[in-house]
Ligand binder design. Sequence first.
Ligand code: PGA
Length: 251
Amino acid sequence: MTTSISPLIAGNWKMNGLRGALDEISTLAGLLTTGESPRALVVICPPATILSEVCQLGATSGILAGGQDCHSQAAGAHTGDISASMLADAGAQYVIVGHSERRADHGETDALVRAKAEQAIGAGLKPIICVGETEAQRDSGQAESVVAEQLTGSVPDAAGVHEVIIAYEPIWAIGTGRTPTIDDITRMHASIRQQLVSRFPETGMSIRILYGGSLKPQNAREILSVDNVNGGLVGGASLLAKDFYTIISAV
Ligand code: PGA
């Protein structure tokens, strides 16, 4: 972990979580306020339907909230979509953009992800910009070049002066229980850091780079202590407060 950057652990609930799941937020809030105070910022990105309740329930225990996506435009005729300012209005401070599931399911391109990140920044949110290679790309030795290209295309110039977060999520590790080796994570995060510093000489050293993809209570301590891993983006293991708290405590 790069010690000068305060770590951040974000939970991505994806399309999971009815109102009953708010109990997990209450449980997490209880765990966070009774034990030693967490060494990481804690963010939950629930479905938009319960976002404002998550904000309210989390407020007293320092749990922050984020959206899982936002539109690339500020407002208008886009049935079913959600704008960055709507998320901010509901109490969100973060929003995930360019998750691989959205890139795959909705054909999102780097240019679109960049436009979404710009909207997020304009609405006062901190975008969590996701990048990551497929298994075939890793097997053919292209992982770092693929991620570099995604970063170039998806990270807006505004990242030099506004807070953004990068999440490296190898697609083949998401929801599979498989993770890259510690060496591979170290190399990828160093390469992302190098690119951020060369593009943003003033701020590149302080941009958080999260690792995501089968981050679990069992592997959190090892992965979160890798150099240039400044926290995690957690899917499945964020749904249960106990598991998520164990990951937070691993920081
Ligand atoms: P996972 O998902 O932790 O369930 O692998 C991570 C993510 O997609 O953000």
